[in-house]
Design a protein around this ligand. Structure first.
Ligand code: GAR
Length: 207
């Protein structure tokens, strides 16, 4: 069975989309653990009500990001996790987390990378910046995670219209509904069925 681990810091609507895709059989796999840095993250509650292990490991218990990264890596190594999904995880982890899971960590980002991404672009801040810039199209991206913020190979993207008089909250909701909740489960499905190849930082479907 393909084993999925999830890291989430907040409401967990992307986690819910993955739970639903596993339940409906679209993703043939199992979520082995949901871990949050935030003990009151609703994502943990979503895991519990679905009978999935829910774990809180706070960042502040550790002296530095390296120690925290090592602890999280051990957690998922112990569970023999095949893929780790960052579903709204708001801590940037170090190479001690990335190295043991090279090309086995993916992230959902609420913009069309390489626009509106990198340090400081997360959650509503992304949509605020999009609206401030005046672009008419935004979207979401699922990508593999490397050592830098939002720079790893892109797996899937989906565009979403920006409408006149959008607020950041309204735009965030549209991007989630029309893009994030679709492309995140689809990326997991493609990876779990071994349908992708990565060469020279480019992700392609196998021929
Ligand atoms: C989502 O919009 C996700 O794309 C974003 O945080 C939100 C989490 O919502 N992630 C980032 O900004 C990462 N840089 P959720 O907890 O309801 O899934």
């Amino acid at each position: 069975m393909f084993k999925i681990g999830v890291l989430a810091s907040g409401g967990g609507t992307n986690l819910q989309a993955v739970i639903d895709a596993v339940k409906s059989g679209v993703i043939k796999g199992e979520i082995v653990s949901v871990l949050s840095n935030n003990k009151s993250a609703y994502a943990l509650e979503r895991a519990r009500v679905n009978g999935i292990e829910a774990v809180n490991i706070g960042r502040k218990q550790f002296s530095g990001i390296s120690e925290y990264s090592k602890a999280l890596a051990s957690h998922f190594l112990e569970r023999e996790t095949d893929l780790i999904v960052l579903a709204g995880f708001m801590v940037i982890l170090g190479e001690d987390f990335i190295k043991p899971f090279r090309n086995k960590i993916i992230n959902i980002h609420p913009s069309l990378i390489p626009s509106f991404c990198g340090q400081g672009f997360y959650g509503l801040k992304v949509h605020e910046a999009v609206l401030k810039s005046g672009v008419k199209v935004t979207g979401a991206t699922v990508h593999f995670v490397d050592e830098n913020a939002d720079t790893g190979p892109i797996i899937l993207q989906k565009a979403v219209d920006v409408k006149d008089y959008d607020t950041p909250e309204i735009l965030q909701k549209r991007v989630m509904e029309e893009a994030e909740w679709k492309i995140l489960p689809e990326a997991i499905r493609l990876i779990s069925q071994n349908e992708l190849v990565i060469k020279d930082n480019i992700v392609r479907r196998k021929k």
